[in-house]
Design a protein around this ligand. Structure first.
Ligand code: NAP
Length: 328
């Protein structure tokens, strides 16, 4: 199934930010007839106008306040640059609307704590865009593990491509310095997604060039007893991957968008992404459906994360990067 059944009145959504990821969210929205983009506000009006015209969004506003006043949205999606996310999140909490916030909501644990605290005080319904949690191959892979028994271990490989990130020229120095929170949290979050909350974390971190570390090796024990590992080497080719270990079964996602199952008797199986994850950025339709349900009912279903959940991922990132030693 790719689309929700239309309901009497579509959810009216306002978008803040008109960049690459706003476009991906609008593509996902085109799959869900019961979610409609009613307006866009961004810093550069011309970019917002181009995006609005491409997706037939009826309003372009010069500020979030004007967006809320004129488009009368039921919910907002905050899709601005990483360095602007925390400030924009604070500003949008005052509207009292359900908020979808792209990751990272803050470039440090302290910033994420401030935003999460403010959201809790205001009682806002929030969801943070860890879209990989919504990959259909991840759900299928976990089912294959549970069909055979318990999840025994979660191994995450989170190699970032720092040279590529720098070469694009798209990221400010502030964001590059905080890359651990700005981008590496995508794979760090997968430790919590698959394993639950870690009870013990033993981490080693070294730095070739990056101030918060760029070489990571960690062992974890999750609350239900499963073990985990996290390795990342940001200046060496490798990419992102996850391996799940079960009773007589191993599931590998590498690259993350693909899944392979191997059984103890030698049998193997390929996991196919479901239609929701084809032709759009994977996980985006699933997370949008989850956000629409949050906005309509107040219920945030697993595996989605609120600001409070995202804060736990930010704190785990901080633990993995504790006391980086220079490599010389
Ligand atoms: N989930 C994922 O896989 C994924 C992937 C990529 C990015 N992201 C996240 O999505 C967010 C946006 O990334 P992007 O790639 O779309 O970046 P982008 O292409 O640079 O777009 C950012 C947009 O936000 C606008 N903006 C920046 N500061 C603003 C402010 N203070 N007020 C209003 N608008 C502001 C920018 O305006 P201008 O047009 O004036 O520049 C631009 O339209 C980031 O937080 C990023 O971490 C998530």
């Amino acid at each position: 199934m790719t689309a929700s059944a239309p309901s009497a009145s579509p959810l009216r959504v306002g978008l803040i930010g008109a960049g690459l990821i706003a476009r991906q969210h609008l593509l996902a929205m085109s799959r869900l007839p019961d979610v409609q983009a009613m307006g866009i506000a961004s810093r550069t009006r011309a970019k917002a106008e181009a995006l609005a015209s491409e997706f037939a969004v009826p309003l372009v506003a010069d500020s979030p306040e004007e967006l809320v006043r004129q488009a009368r949205p039921d919910a907002l999606m905050v899709l601005v640059s990483p360095q602007a996310m925390a400030g924009m999140a604070f500003a949008c909490l005052s509207f009292g609307l359900p908020l979808f916030l792209e990751k990272p909501v803050g470039l440090s644990v302290a910033e994420a704590e401030d935003v999460a605290r403010a959201a809790e005080t205001s009682g806002a319904r929030t969801m943070v865009g860890f879209n990989r949690r919504h990959y259909s191959v991840f759900r299928q892979g976990l089912e294959k593990i549970r069909e055979r028994g318990r999840l025994l271990a979660v191994h995450v490989e989170g190699n970032e491509r720092m040279a590529v990130a720098r070469a694009t020229g798209r990221f400010s120095d502030e964001v590059l310095r905080a890359w651990l929170f700005a981008n590496a949290t995508h794979t760090i979050d997968l430790l919590r997604h698959f394993g639950g909350e870690p009870e013990q974390v033993f981490s080693l971190c070294a730095s070739l060039r990056e101030p918060l570390g760029d070489q990571f090796s960690a062992c974890l024990r999750f609350r239900d007893g499963a073990l985990g590992s996290y390795t990342a080497n940001w200046h060496s080719p490798g990419g992102w991957g996850v391996v799940l270990k079960g009773e007589g079964v191993t599931v590998e996602f590498k690259p993350l968008e693909t899944g392979r199952v191997a059984y103890a008797d030698g049998a193997t199986l390929t996991l196919e992404p479901e239609p929701d994850d084809q032709g759009v950025k994977p996980g985006f339709v699933g997370q949008l459906r989850a956000f629409a349900r949050l906005a309509r009912t107040g219920v945030l279903d697993a595996p989605s994360q609120s600001l409070a959940g995202a804060l736990l991922t930010m704190r785990l990132a901080g633990q993995l990067a504790a006391e980086p030693r220079p490599l010389g």
